[in-house]
Design a protein around this ligand. Structure first.
Ligand code: SPQ
Length: 430
């Protein structure tokens, strides 16, 4: 346990910063680089605990992966030369590693067992196991294979047509990885667009797929060709500083080379709608992913309603948006976000608990929360629930409190943003 006491921060957020690489893209780059025969180089890789679980998994399957901080070189014999791991694969806290690997391992001729930490062991896996079983996958495990640990007996798969009942990029990606090794054409339809990094990277690695509206079609048995990847800054990490700068008086902050894939920029839309001053410049596309510099200056903010199709575009930013909403004028209502209940912790309950402890007025609803604005935050002892996004939200709250905050354990921050506090120091004066 790494407890941290943070005094109220009077400083504005000023200057320029590049945040570490995108977590979702880093995972996928390692997976595709390990499946493609030859050498793949990844730059600006997120050297965080979750992504290192994905790296470890492929090392156990015989892939040569050299890592030096943010640079990775993968030399792989291709998917057909992956070897059966001798030991169970440990995925730690990483839902992305778990869901994507279940899809992939289902279609490879290997036997694997997988497990995770206490939090991951409570997260639903049936959302991938059920459609994969319809593709002929052989997966067994705890609670009728709804929960980790699972055992996967890789088999010849048959493509399916599937409409996703949950708005989840992890489920979509699991089916795309399985579909890559299946016979026939996989057709996936989403009810709302979720992050599309898997589709973008499939194309970058030479696979053919057709995306029409919310439907993706892809033929199986396609070979992948290695390609070098640059990982844009993670907008979900940048969101903590963007939100702080939006509300903290006299702030002016530029986050450089941050990912601006439209399936991830719900936070920019919400900040703009709340009245933040944002300018985007130096936009460019690298490997199919859009990135650019985001400048934000503080301004007075208003409460808004956040619901519907924007939710998957900002799902991981809801804890920090909720904090921001306490500093806005008027009420903010968040709806259609029941998925928050099955993240690293129940993020609806956790956010309400933490913000209430800090003196805000927040009410949980079944699928979201109602946050009153104009709240004076005091301080207090809060739990991060071993959830990296809760721990970082707690730390940012110190910009708006009058007393110390003590966070029970900040070690989870290493999951997605190991240099969070160093970076925060670079853009503050105390
Ligand atoms: O990997 P993990 O633990 O699921 O990570 C989280 C996060 O906050 O970092 C969610 F807890 O992000 C998910 C995100 O919520 C990462 C992700 C992806 O890379 O595909 C997709 C989203 O999850 P889902 O379940 O909506 O597909």
């Amino acid at each position: 346990m790494a407890e941290k006491k943070i005094s109220p921060q009077s400083s504005a957020l000023i200057g320029e910063l590049e945040v570490p690489g995108d977590k979702s893209i880093s995972h996928r780059a390692v997976i595709f680089g390990s499946l493609a025969k030859g050498q793949t180089k990844i730059d600006h890789f997120l050297d965080g605990e979750d992504c290192l679980r994905t790296v470890d998994a492929f090392r156990q399957m015989g892939v040569d992966i050299e890592q030096q901080g943010e640079s990775i070189v993968i030399n792989s014999g291709g998917a057909e030369n992956l070897i059966e791991p001798k030991v169970p694969l440990y995925f730690g806290n990483s839902g992305t590693t778990a869901r994507l690997m279940i899809g992939l391992l289902s279609g490879l001729p290997l036997f694997t067992t997988i497990y995770g930490d206490a939090s991951l062991s409570e997260r639903p896996m049936d959302r991938v196991v059920l459609p994969l079983s319809a593709m002929n996958a052989a997966i067994s495990g705890r609670s009728d294979a709804k929960l980790l640990p699972l055992a996967i007996n890789g088999k010849e798969l048959q493509a399916i047509q599937y409409t996703l009942p949950v708005k989840s990029a992890q489920v979509k990606s699991a089916l795309l990885f399985a579909g890559l090794f299946a016979n026939g054409e996989t057709v996936i339809t989403e009810k709302a667009k979720t992050r599309n990094h898997t589709e973008t990277m499939l194309e970058a690695f030479g696979a053919e797929l057709a995306v029409q509206g919310n439907t993706i079609r892809m033929n199986g048995k396609q070979a992948l060709k290695p390609v070098d990847i640059y990982v844009p800054g993670d907008i979900s990490s940048a969101a903590f500083f963007l939100a702080a700068a939006a509300a903290k008086r006299d702030s002016s902050l530029v986050i450089k080379k941050v990912g601006l894939n439209p399936t991830r920029t719900g936070i920019i839309d919400v900040l703009t709608q709340m009245g933040a001053q944002i300018e985007i410049s130096n936009k460019k596309r690298i490997g199919g992913e859009l990135l650019g510099d985001v400048k934000i200056s503080s301004s007075s903010l208003i409460g808004i309603e956040i619901s519907g199709d924007i939710i998957p575009r900002l799902i991981d930013e809801i804890p920090i948006i909720a904090l921001l909403a306490t500093q806005a004028e008027g009420r903010t209502v968040i709806k259609d976000a029941a998925e928050l209940r099955v993240k690293e912790t129940d993020r609806i309950a956790a956010v309400v608990e933490v913000l209430t402890t800090l003196g805000a007025s927040v009410t949980a609803t079944e699928d979201g929360m109602i946050i009153e604005g104009n709240q004076e935050l005091t301080g207090g002892n809060i739990s991060a629930y071993h959830d990296h996004r809760m721990a970082m939200m707690g730390a940012i709250a110190s910009f708006f409190t009058t007393e110390d905050i003590v966070i029970d354990d900040i070690s989870s921050i290493a999951i997605s943003y190991p240099s969070f506090f160093e970076d925060l120091k670079k853009i503050t004066t105390n």
